[in-house]
Design a binder for this molecule. Structure first.
Ligand SMILES: C[C@](O)(CO)[C@H](O)COP(=O)(O)OP(=O)(O)OC[C@H]1O[C@@H](n2ccc(N)nc2=O)[C@H](O)[C@@H]1O
Ligand SMILES: Nc1ncnc2c1ncn2[C@@H]1O[C@H](COP(=O)(O)OP(=O)(O)OP(=O)(O)O)[C@@H](O)[C@H]1O
Length: 285
């Protein structure tokens, strides 16, 4: 096999809590993450020149060593002394710098695709451990589905999928730096998430319970920096989403909607003033 295509789905954080700042500069977190069916596409083609080459459908995403898919390929190539190179084409559909783990998911998909193409025989757990060296969200993206992520986000405990529902994603035309948001977070002052309650609601397939326990400690920080995120949250609530929260470090806001009849109202209402809106579903593991 010399080529393959891999899907790289986005994630949302149903809850995100920061427990404390660690000595290595990262925050100890507790997050409930789940994948949604908005995905980038990664096309991998092996080459004999030993080089890693990245091209991206979006001009403003870096196509050099800063690209997380490049880093994933480079890490595997060096560690397993692979002689072949790879040409990576990324078709971006996930909004960039959005809190949806687009780059992390591209890296995870590249790890999985190259594990097959280079016949490395690594397990998902091994790929997730390698992924953690690239970024805190990459381990989760290797597995997908729904999980509790702890540590700095790289320790993954699988949980069952939430009951099916629609997810509306709306991103204002700004990008947010995760490092910036964490830097401004006053972890000793946060109102903590009820992570156990969220897990219980998911296990009980209690859609209203899930909506009641949506909580993200980074939201206050990003809302202060970007009032347009608050505006989108308010509009999403006004148009009738059952539960609304900012994902990750933002600025994307997601709304959970149980009934399809209401989906159109929320989607069309938001499209009125926000150009980057997607109606997607949760992906069951
Ligand atoms: C906000 C989330 O997207 C939620 O899923 C993740 O926590 C961030 O994951 P990520 O983008 O893969 O983040 P990384 O590339 O590992 O880290 C970017 C920067 O965010 C800060 N960071 C990240 C994760 C974490 N648990 N604590 C932190 O303080 C650090 O300053 C780090 O330098
Ligand atoms: N494959 C990639 N796709 C998108 N951005 C990438 C990629 N590789 C590197 N980047 C860089 O990473 C930055 C953050 O982009 P990304 O879309 O991964 O953010 P995010 O969705 O906020 O991630 P997270 O939720 O994990 O914090 C971008 O500004 C871009 O410069």
């Amino acid at each position: 096999m010399v080529k393959c295509s891999v899907k790289a789905p986005a994630k949302i954080n149903l809850s995100l809590d920061a427990i404390r700042k660690r000595e290595d500069g990262y925050h100890e977190v507790e997050m409930i993450m789940t994948t949604v069916d908005l995905a980038d596409r990664i096309d991998l083609t092996l080459t004999e020149d030993g080089k890693i080459k990245v091209d991206v459908s979006e001009g403003f995403v870096p196509s050099d060593h800063r690209n997380l898919a490049y880093q994933a390929a480079s890490l595997l190539q060096e560690r397993y002394k692979v002689k072949q190179g790879v040409s990576i084409y990324i078709t971006k559909r996930i909004p960039v710098a959005a809190g949806l783990a687009g780059g992390s998911s591209d890296a995870a998909a590249t790890l999985k695709g190259l594990n097959d193409l280079w016949a490395l025989g690594l397990s998902l757990d091994e790929l997730a451990r390698i992924g953690a060296e690239i970024g805190s969200d990459v381990s989760f993206c290797v597995y997908g589905g729904t999980a509790l992520a702890t540590g700095r986000g790289e320790i993954i405990t699988h949980i069952e999928s939430p009951p099916p529902c629609w997810v509306i994603l709306a991103k204002p035309p700004i990008g947010v730096s995760t490092a910036d948001v964490y830097k401004r977070l006053k972890v000793e002052e946060v109102e903590h998430a009820k992570t156990e309650e969220m897990i219980k609601a998911i296990k009980n397939r209690d859609f209203n319970g899930i909506c009641d326990h949506l909580h993200n400690v980074l939201e206050t920080v990003t809302l202060e920096m970007h009032p347009e995120v608050r505006h989108i949250k308010e509009q999403m609530q006004r148009f009738g989403a059952d539960g609304v929260l900012m994902s990750g470090s933002g600025p994307t806001v997601f709304g959970l909607v149980e009934k399809e009849s209401r989906l159109h109202r929320v989607y069309n209402g938001l499209r009125g003033f926000c150009s980057d809106v997607h109606a997607v579903r949760l992906i069951r593991s």
